[in-house]
Design a protein around this ligand. Structure first.
Ligand code: SF4
Length: 471
C-alpha cells in the first residue's frame, strides 16, 4: 500500500489552540481587528449583557473602508488599518475574555460571530493559482512549539490540484455572508496565476534550506546568491532560462564547488552584533513591549554582558563566547529548530516573491526579499545567541520558544517592520553579498585588524512604549 507523506499545510491545519492553558494569549497586548461584516453583525445583536459589552468595546477605525482589506484579510497580517477594533482593557486584555481566559463571544454566540482575525489566527493561508499554502504565526506560543520543535516538520506540497485549472477553481459554498466575504478574498488570489517558475524556484529554496551538508549560515548565503542570480536573469543581464540556471546551481551546490569561496568570506562579529542590536531596537517606539518580550531582552542583554561600562568590543567578546559555548552546541543537537523557523517564514512571507511579487506582472525583487528574510533570521538568531549565553548549559527548547514567540509578537505583526529592517540593512550597507556574509556568518572570528569604536550600547527596553499593534 502506498503511503502519502503529510504536507506542511496538512500538518499545520492540525494545530489546536490550547485556550486557557496558553501562557501568552493572543487576546492580550493587542487591539483585536474587526472586519466590516462582523462589525455589522455586532450592531444587530439582540439585547444582552454581552451585546452591551461588545458595543461599549468596539471602535470603528477612521480610515477604514469597505474593501477586502477591511474584512481583516490583511489586518491580521498587520498590513492595513482594520475596519474596527476591540479596545483592550486596563489590564491589557480583550474585555470579552472570561475569568478563565476564554472567549465570551465564542462561548455565548458561537464561532460564526468571531471576526476573521480571531477565527483564523494563528493560521496564515495563501492561495494562488490553485496552490494553497499554510504557515503559522509564531507569535502564538503553541504555534511556535508546533513549528519549531518538530524534528520531522513535513515539507510544503507545491503541486497545485491537477483536477482544477487554477483559473477555474471555485470556492466551496459559503455558510454565511461573513465566510462568503473571506472566501471571495481567497478566491480573488486563488484565481490569479502563480508567478512564472514559482514551483521550481520554491522547490530549490526549500531544498537548500534543508541541505545539512552545509552549515545553516552557508545555506542562507547560497540562497542570497540564488536570489541575486534570479534577479539578473529577470532583468536580462544573465542570458539563462530559470530551469537551466536552477539545475546548474543545484549541481554546483552538490559538488561543493562554491565552498572555497564561502570559506574566505569576511567575518565581523562586531558589525553583526551592531546590526542585531539595531534591529532589536527598531520597533521600540512603534510596537507594544510585552512583559515576555521585556524578559527576553533582559536575558539577551545579560547574556552578551550589557551593563555599566560595556562597549561594543566587550559585548562582541561575550556574544562570541555565548555563540561558541552555548548557542552552537545546542543547535548542533537541534538542527531542525532554525530550519523550521526558516521554512515557516518562507511560506508566511511568500519568499522569494513577497506579497507584491505575487501580483501579475510584478517586477521580481528576490534579492530584496532575501534581505528581509536575512534581517528576520539574523535578529532571531542574535537574540537566541544572547539568551543561550545567559542560560549556558541549561539553555533548552523552552527558552527557544520564550525568545521566538514574544519576538514574533513584537516584530512580525507590525506593518512597518520588514520595510524598516530592509532600510536599516541599506543604511548599514549590509544588503550586498559582503554585508549578508557578515550578518549570517557563524565562522570563527579572525583576529581584529582594526580598532573597534568605543560605543556604549544601552539597553533600549527600559521604557515601555504605548503604541499597540494589530494581530
Ligand atoms: S496565542 Fe495561540 S494557543 Fe494562545 S490563545 Fe491564542 S491561538 Fe490559542
Amino acid at each position: 500500500m502506498r503511503t502519502t507523506l503529510p504536507t506542511l499545510s496538512a500538518y499545520l491545519e492540525t494545530f489546536r489552540c490550547i485556550g486557557s492553558d496558553c501562557e501568552d494569549t493572543c487576546c492580550q497586548g493587542w487591539n483585536v481587528p474587526i472586519d466590516r461584516i462582523t462589525y455589522e453583525k455586532c450592531q444587530n445583536l439582540p439585547a444582552s449583557p454581552l451585546a452591551t459589552l461588545i458595543s461599549a468595546s468596539l471602535t470603528k477605525c477612521e480610515s477604514s473602508a469597505p474593501s477586502k482589506t477591511a474584512t481583516g484579510v490583511q489586518a491580521k497580517t498587520g498590513n492595513a488599518t482594520p475596519f474596527a477594533q476591540i479596545r483592550i482593557d486596563g489590564a491589557d486584555h480583550c474585555p470579552l475574555l472570561t475569568g478563565d481566559r476564554l472567549c465570551r463571544v465564542h462561548a455565548e454566540l458561537g464561532e460564526q460571530m468571531l471576526s476573521y482575525a480571531c477565527s483564523t489566527y494563528p493560521r496564515i493561508v495563501h492561495e494562488f493559482g490553485g496552490l494553497k499554502e499554510t504557515a503559522l504565526a509564531l507569535s502564538c506560543p503553541e504555534a511556535a512549539r508546533f513549528v519549531l520543535l518538530n524534528p520531522c516538520l513535513p515539507i510544503p506540497n507545491l503541486k497545485a490540484p491537477e483536477t482544477q485549472s487554477p483559473r477555474q477553481s471555485t470556492p466551496a459554498p459559503a455558510l454565511d455572508p461573513f465566510v462568503a466575504a473571506l472566501e471571495q478574498g481567497n478566491a480573488e488570489d486563488g484565481a490569479k496565476p502563480l508567478p512564472p517558475d514559482f514551483i521550481a524556484i520554491r522547490e530549490s529554496v526549500l531544498e537548500l534550506v534543508r541541505l545539512r551538508s552545509y552549515p545553516l549560515w552557508q545555506r542562507m548565503f547560497l540562497l542570497g546568491l540564488l536570489c541575486r542570480r534570479l534577479d539578473s536573469i529577470a532583468r536580462g543581464e544573465l542570458k539563462r532560462s530559470v530551469p537551466g540556471f536552477l539545475a546548474d546551481f543545484k549541481t554546483a551546490v552538490s559538488t561543493g564547488s562554491l565552498r572555497p569561496a564561502m570559506e574566505t568570506l569576511p567575518v565581523d562579529r562586531a558589525a553583526q552584533l551592531d546590526v542585531v542590536l539595531r534591529l532589536a531596537g527598531l520597533m521600540l517606539h512603534r510596537s507594544h513591549v510585552s512583559p515576555r518580550f521585556a524578559e527576553c531582552i533582559q536575558a539577551f542583554t545579560a547574556g552578551i554582558g550589557n551593563g555599566p561600562g560595556a562597549t561594543l568590543e566587550t559585548l562582541t567578546r561575550q556574544y562570541t563566547r555565548a555563540h561558541e559555548f552555548s548557542f552552537e552546541p545546542f543547535f548542533e543537537r537541534h538542527p531542525h529548530v532554525l530550519e523550521n523557523y526558516l521554512v515557516n517564514t518562507i511560506v508566511r512571507c511568500q519568499f522569494p516573491f513577497g506579497r507584491e511579487g505575487m501580483e501579475v506582472g510584478a517586477e521580481p525583487q528576490r534579492a530584496r526579499e532575501f534581505a528581509k528574510l536575512t534581517a528576520q533570521f539574523a535578529l532571531i538568531r542574535g537574540l537566541l545567541i544572547g539568551v543561550a549565553g545567559f542560560h549556558g548549559a541549561s539553555f533548552s527548547t523552552a527558552h527557544v520558544v520564550a525568545v521566538v514567540q514574544p519576538a514574533a509578537k513584537h516584530f512580525e505583526h507590525h506593518p512597518e517592520f520588514l520595510k524598516l529592517s530592509f532600510e536599516l540593512l541599506l543604511e548599514s550597507q549590509m544588503d550586498g553579498a559582503r554585508g549578508m556574509a557578515i550578518l549570517l556568518s557563524n565562522a570563527e572570528q579572525k583576529p581584529a585588524t582594526s580598532v573597534l569604536p568605543d560605543i556604549r550600547v544601552p539597553s533600549p527596553y527600559q521604557n515601555r512604549p504605548v503604541a499597540r499593534q494589530e494581530v
